[in-house]
Design a protein around this ligand. Structure first.
Ligand code: ADP
Length: 623
């Protein structure tokens, strides 16, 4: 078969010449070449690469090399549009068919496909199996299908979409075509499920390295959510930041608090009207808006590659979610920061949410068990003082060889212990023991904190708790800090908290061990000292003229606005930094900048070169 020959015989140089021509990249990222060869030789495959790992290139290269039309199944219109915009800007013939188009537009696209005008056709899982679309792709004899975000097919993934299940019939309908699945979700269970559900034929499993070495992970005890988030964002002035919140209401109060702190921010959640959601998403994409406080609804559709920081104001409900959401930071490969503000209160909140949501399902017990397991793994990730990169790699079944990642709070030695933690724990535990004495019901976290910090509340007066010897023992600590310490004690199993509607605190055997001085306790608090820049962050800016970079960002924003396209479609941050490092003043030198291909050279070259020239002249003049 001719197609088999193509896959095996195409030289690496020939592949790279296409990559260089369209995208201006001079080498492959890990596993891209293998994944491309699998498509060229029609060997079914499952490609698992972390977000930002470069999955798209794996299905974009083969059809231009083989001069044919391949089909990409993609779950969201916004994703398809961004991809097609990006490809068109590179001079790559691609088209999408979706419900956002008029039927005349769709007809025209259909005619273009039949005429062999496009190398890639993007389509939703609902549309691909319609008779109209089937008819078209049968006529052009499509030989390879790419299934993007393939974990959507699995219950065990974190984003199950029933319509993906129907893709199982692709193999039946196109027996001679190969099917290639791409995902960033790496657990073995999901991987196996994808292969099975898609009915793949002995698929090649290409599983990349999951570690995102350009990301710095920090998990910080949450004591003052709005203040802490504002502090993190201030480290990222004029950079893209996503703040993930648990509920719709939380996103709105977060955006409001940030605005009050002088930070321009917008909320985003599924309850806002479509128009407002679109406006926020577009503004974030074109970079006229930098900070979005969002629920997980702000997800797959965002393709801004230069998000420099992802904050979790509350803990997500699984490590998979965490990996996916933090994965939106630094997709351009440049350094980015991920901060999770943790409190054991999050675990309790999730437990009750998960219970409620599984109650209505067909198999509540099974689902609840799976969800609780995922939640517990996430909690352990937050509470163990262990290298975060290592913990993530190991969670996804990979080994992590570096001893000190130099890119997480633990390895950067930022985790600060509370001085005299055991004594502090004894004060809190004995306070709980005292207030419980003589009470039939017990008291919740809030009241215990009030008593130990010496607050003056109606409830304290009513129960005469201001007369207890433990009243005000921690009055020198902020209330929010003490609240967080109480949750840490619950997390460590040193205090009990009942699981009913009105949870109350109680003691257990471990609490008594602490009280008797037989057990030492470690507690953590947010570090007061400013966070240092990591080596990667310093290196990636080396030689870059920052003010030229900012100027070029302005030019990019202008061009993005003119075109109504996301900024990254013009050039990535990595490319702009390279320009601001090399300062090319001729088109020839400009073409050598990382990320400049033929189409972008002819489309944007003159404009950028003239801006750089002008800037350099002014710079010289100013010296
Ligand atoms: P994924 O889909 O795996 O999250 P993408 O396909 O969106 O990742 O790629 C992430 C970024 O990396 C994009 O900006 C893309 O242009 C860039 N990229 C992909 N392959 C390469 C490469 N070989 N060299 C340099 N940059 C690349």
């Amino acid at each position: 078969m001719e197609t088999v020959r193509i896959g095996q015989s195409v030289s690496r140089d020939r592949m790279l010449s296409f990559v260089e021509q369209y995208w201006g990249f001079d080498r492959f990222r890990p596993l891209q070449e293998e994944a491309i060869r699998a498509v060229l030789s029609h060997q079914d495959s499952v490609v698992v690469l972390p977000t930002g790992g470069g999955k798209s290139l794996c299905y974009q290269v083969p059809p231009v090399l083989a001069e044919r039309t391949d089909v990409v199944v993609s779950p969201l219109i916004s994703l398809m549009k961004d991809q097609v915009d990006g490809l068109q800007a590179c001079g790559y013939p691609a088209v999408a068919l979706h419900t956002g188009m008029t039927s005349a537009e769709r007809d025209e696209a259909g005619r273009g496909i039949l005429a062999g005008k496009y190398r890639l056709v993007f389509v939703s899982p609902e549309r691909i199996l319609t008779p109209g679309f089937m008819n078209i792709i049968q006529q052009v004899d499509v030989r390879a299908f790419a299934i993007d975000e393939a974990h959507c097919i699995s219950h065990w993934g974190h984003d199950f979409r029933p319509e993906y299940r129907r893709l199982a019939t692709l193999k039946e309908r196109f027996p001679s075509a190969s099917v290639h699945a791409y995902t960033a979700t790496a657990t073995e269970r999901v991987r196996g499920d994808i292969a099975e559900q898609l009915d793949l034929n002995d698929p090649e499993m290409l599983v990349g390295d999951f570690d995102r070495s350009n990301l710095v992970y920090r998990v910080i005890p949450r004591v003052d959510v709005h203040g802490q988030v504002a502090d993190v964002i201030r480290r990222h002035e004029r950079e893209g930041v996503i703040v993930y919140c648990l509920s719709r209401k939380d996103t709105e109060s977060m955006a409001q608090a940030l605005r009050e702190a002088g930070i321009v921010a917008e909320p985003y959640h599924a309850g806002l009207d479509t128009e407002q959601r679109r406006r926020t998403q577009d503004a974030f994409a074109e970079e006229s808006l930098d900070v979005v406080a969002a629920t997980v609804a702000f997800g797959m559709g965002i393709d801004r590659s230069n998000v420099r920081c992802v904050v979790h104001a509350t803990m997500p409900k699984s490590v998979e979610h965490y990996q996916q959401e933090t994965g939106r930071a630094g997709r351009d490969g440049l350094e980015a920061e991920c901060v999770l503000l943790y409190s054991a209160a999050d675990v309790m909140r999730w437990e009750s949410l998960v219970r409620r949501s599984t109650e209505e399902s067909a198999d509540p017990e099974e689902l609840l068990k799976a969800a609780m397991h995922l939640l517990e793994q996430m909690r352990l990730f937050c509470t163990r003082v262990q290298c975060r990169h290592r913990a993530l790699a190991e969670y996804f079944g990979q080994t992590y060889l570096t001893d000190n990642c130099a890119a997480c709070d633990v390895c950067l030695d930022e985790v600060e212990g509370v001085e005299d933690a055991t004594v502090t724990a004894q004060k809190i535990i004995s306070c709980v023991a005292r207030i419980n004495r003589g009470s039939d019901f017990g008291f919740g976290v809030g009241h215990a904190v009030d008593v130990v910090t010496g607050a003056n509340t109606e409830q304290i007066r009513r129960h005469s708790h201001d007369g207890l010897s433990t009243y005000g023992l921690l009055s020198d600590m902020p209330r929010k800090t003490v609240t967080n310490l109480v949750y840490q004690l619950i997390d460590l199993g040193l205090l009990e908290r009942s699981a009913d509607d009105r949870p109350v605190l109680g003691l257990n055997d471990s609490s008594w061990e602490v009280m008797r001085g037989n057990r030492q306790v470690k507690l953590f608090k947010p570090k007061a000292k400013p966070v240092a820049k990591t080596r990667a962050a310093i290196e990636s800016w080396e030689g870059v003229d920052r003010s030229l970079f900012e100027h070029l960002r302005g030019v990019r924003l202008e061009l993005a606005r003119e075109r109504g396209a996301p900024a990254f479609v013009i050039f990535s941050d990595a490319t702009l930094r390279d320009m601001a490092r090399e300062r090319p003043t001729t088109l020839e030198v400009f073409r050598r900048v990382h990320g400049v291909g033929d189409a972008k050279l002819s489309r944007f070259g003159k404009r950028f070169v003239s801006e750089i020239k002008h800037y350099c002249d002014k710079d010289e003049g100013g010296r």
